[in-house]
Design a protein around this ligand. Structure first.
Ligand code: ADP
Ligand code: MG
Length: 585
């Protein structure tokens, strides 16, 4: 209620502003709107997706120049130049995305600076783009016969598009692919393990941000009715990136806050500083740089969390009952499920796994035990495509999987948890678990943006809620996953893996950090999974837990298989006792 009232009040203020404010403040608000559209794309790309771009102003320029050329030289109507400009931006951003998004770490921002500058010089050096003096005589926009000749009329168009962009971006994030996008920043590998094509998603958010920038450029060109290269250079790209940093990653409307704060601050400093210094110059850039450094030291998530705290979060509810997702057909019991044949992996001189072979049959719970550093987690990483084996073969249901990327292995029916928890801490427990069901949905980013994915989304969320209920977290669905105790976070990981409806579940030390009662719950859960035909490969140090649960055990030591057999055989094997069990006791 309270939240809705705040939103309505903000909209009313926005609608009334040009009626009461003086001209120069309306102009300022127009610039804030234009910058918000660009920044929104960057909040998605950088704040949420973790990809830094210092080339965004160049895309604004592509949108602006496209309409400038097409209206003044070809005589095209401005409403047709918008799709045309977006098409050009799509091609340019796809091309640049493919060549730059492969770069990692600080090479990515450097790459974006390079093409940002290149595009700027293209604007400045081509004759038919008017070189550095630009193109004038761009026609004004008309909406339903109404000529948007002045700033006040244009204001409503700019802010309508800003609000629309906010809405579409929110829809996109609140979906199957949205969850995957939120995992890109630090959990890309985990997302791949649940079937997400992270490279494709990165391109999608890169192109999306570029298209938003181009829309802003199109508006800009028709607002000023003149374009020149000057506002599309590297300085402006840096400004947009600052706005996104201020806006942060937690709330999309942070883009508007970031754009507003920076635009106002800049206007104010531009006025104030030359008077203080008694000479003219771009002193505001220096002050900005300092402010951003202070801000990054004080608050990594931008300023918006401070604003967000003032606004009550909406009460979250589960969707009403919907038909459950169709389950996978489990293989017949005792069918050959998994085969490792002579699998090896070295890290430099360290042989972490040495010619390891073992088999699993469907319906089996196999324990993989061994001292720390024996190579157990490395085996999991080899099986799920996180690491590539140096030698040997891994087959799942007769199909070789060791040469497949992680997302294709997930498709075969393998799901895992991690020894070191891999959740998206700021995302809700429910959304974290629902990532596991990624491959059980079909809807794409377009249908999500238009909210056409609701039926499927309700089923995915219901699946996640149901699995979380199984692991005893039904009362914590809407809490941020990072706020749960570590034991519960492990249970979220198990629920996430179960959402994939796996044929083989790989659990890496699931009982670590669990209290006695939680361990009992976990053991019960694993037994009931076996009843359903799910096979489990379990790495665990708690011997009481392992021995009571598993059918068979493989013992590893220094990357090699030391022994294999029933819990009873393993417990009485002298080698195993010497290498491992003795030391555990
Ligand atoms: P376990 O899970 O049995 O405790 P691991 O599989 O994690 O053992 O590790 C086996 C050995 O490989 C250890 O010596 C570890 O330090 C090393 N190791 C594991 N992963 C890597 C990696 N990505 N890079 C370098 N060394 C690694
Ligand atoms: Mg391990």
């Amino acid at each position: 209620m309270m939240r809705r009232a705040l939103v309505l009040a903000a909209l009313a203020l926005l609608a009334a502003a040009p009626l009461v404010l003086p001209q120069f403040q309306v102009t300022l608000l127009n610039y804030i709107g234009l910058a918000s559209i660009v920044t929104l794309g960057l909040v998605l790309l950088t704040g949420i997706g973790g990809l830094i771009s210092f080339g965004q102003a160049a895309f604004v320029g592509v949108g602006a120049y496209a309409t400038a050329v097409l209206t003044t030289k070809v005589g095209m109507s401005p409403w047709l130049t918008l799709p045309a400009g977006l098409a050009v931006t799509l091609v340019v951003s796809l091309f640049l995305g493919f060549i730059t998004l492969r770069l990692s770490g600080h090479y990515l921002p450097l790459g974006t600076i390079a093409w940002g500058i290149a595009i700027y010089f293209v604007f400045g050096n081509l004759d038919f783009l008017g070189k550095y003096s630009g193109l004038a005589g761009i026609p004004p926009l008309t909406v339903l016969g109404w000529r948007l000749g002045d700033e006040r009329a244009f204001y409503y168009l700019i802010w309508a598009i800003t609000l629309l962009a906010l809405l579409v971006t929110r829809n996109l994030l609140d979906s199957r692919n949205g969850r995957a996008i939120r995992a890109l920043r630090n959990r890309g590998m985990m997302a791949e393990n649940f079937g997400v094509d992270t490279a494709r998603l990165k391109i999608i958010i890169f192109v999306y941000a570029a298209l938003l920038a181009a829309v802003s450029g199109w508006l800009y060109a028709h607002l000023l009715r003149f374009v020149s290269p000057q506002p599309f250079g590297i300085n402006d790209s840096i400004d947009y990136q600052f706005m996104a940093v201020i806006g942060g990653a937690t709330e999309l409307w942070g883009a508007v806050i970031g754009a507003a704060l920076l635009t106002l601050l800049k206007a104010w400093l531009r006025d104030l500083l030359p008077r203080l210094m008694e000479q003219s110059g771009n002193f505001e850039i220096i002050v900005f740089g300092l402010l951003v450094i202070v801000m990054l030291h004080r608050t990594r998530d931008g300023l918006v969390p401070y604003f967000a705290r003032l606004i009550p979060t909406p009460a979250q509810r589960l969707p009403k009952k919907v038909p459950p997702l169709p389950p996978r057909t489990q293989p017949k019991r005792d069918e050959s499920l998994l085969q490792l044949k002579g699998v090896s992996k070295s890290f430099g001189a360290l042989a972490a796994v040495k010619s390891l072979s073992f088999d699993m049959r469907s319906g089996e719970i196999l324990g993989l035990i061994g001292p720390n550093g024996a190579g157990k987690s490395t085996v999991f990483n080899l099986m799920t495509g996180v690491l590539a084996a140096d030698a040997g073969e891994i087959c799942f249901r007769g199909k070789r999987v060791d040469n497949l990327p992680g997302r294709d292995i997930a498709r075969c029916g393998l799901a895992r948890t991690y020894q070191h928890v891999h959740l998206v801490p700021s995302m809700s427990v429910l959304d974290n678990a629902a990532i596991g069901a990624h491959l059980r949905g079909r809807e794409g980013v377009l249908s999500a943006s238009l909210r056409l994915d609701r039926a499927e989304e309700a089923r995915l969320r219901q699946e996640a809620a149901c699995r979380l209920d199984w692991v005893g977290l039904g009362a914590h669905l809407f809490e941020a996953a990072g706020t749960l105790p570590l034991g519960s976070q492990r249970m979220v990981e198990i629920a996430r893996a179960l959402c994939a409806d796996p044929l083989l579940l790989l659990l890496d030390e699931p009982a670590a950090g669990l209290r006695y009662l939680e361990k009992q719950t976990l053991a019960k859960l694993l037994f009931s999974l076996r009843e359903r035909g799910v096979s489990i490969l379990l790495v665990e140090h708690d011997m009481e837990f392992v021995m009571g649960l598993v059918d068979r055990i493989v013992v590893m030591n220094f990357g090699e298989k030391l022994a294999e057999g029933s819990p009873r055989e393993i417990q009485s094997s002298p080698e195993v006792i010497e290498a491992y069990l003795g030391s555990v006791e």
